[in-house]
Design a protein around this ligand. Sequence first.
Ligand code: HPA
Ligand code: MG
Length: 214
Amino acid sequence: MEDAGKKRGIVIKDDWPGYSLELFTYPEHYHHDIDSVYIPHGVVMDRTERLARYIRDDFADDNITVLCVLKGGYKFCADLMEFIKVLGRNSNKYLETRVEFIRLKSYLNDQSTEDLHIIGSRDLSFLRGKAIVDTGKTMKALLKHVGTFEPKMVKVAGLLVKRAANMDENLTDYVGFEIPNRFVVGYALDYNEYFRDLNHICVISKTGKQKYKV
Ligand code: HPA
Ligand code: MG
């Protein structure tokens, strides 16, 4: 049960329509661009707080280097780290946390592993923070690289994991929500760089898709 809570997270079923927009506030300029509030910001925060607890328990006395995958993971990463720190303050047991930022596309196309050397030069544990785990392909590639630095422990945290047919079930250690394989925006997740300023995780409308198409 405990493990299912970590590895599968809150399961959102295929037929979940989301909450009506009238029930929440959101930036005026997105009025016609979203269909529903899929996961309200408050629920995202509460779940992230729980993930922080799992992580605190698992890392115990190890310091953590968090590898934040930009750009979509920045809010999740920032909030998760904040919750981890609060837990430390409340228990008088501080974990030393460091954060490094990477952009996956540029990183994986880059021949140089300079960024990773900075991280790897310290014998700390790693925690990867990513907002969405889609097929897990890029995640797998990155984990392989991280592994070459022989970290004491590597864990993957993903706020959203999509149910995809070819998904590698065991890639993400801390799952916020398991969601249907559909496109969502908000909480730093974008559609062509738009919607990052939306607090809630939302489903984009036909109008929105058309309007921000490139
Ligand atoms: N939303 C935003 N960015 C993404 C998504 C999504 O659903 N899936 C992969 N990248
Ligand atoms: Mg994007």
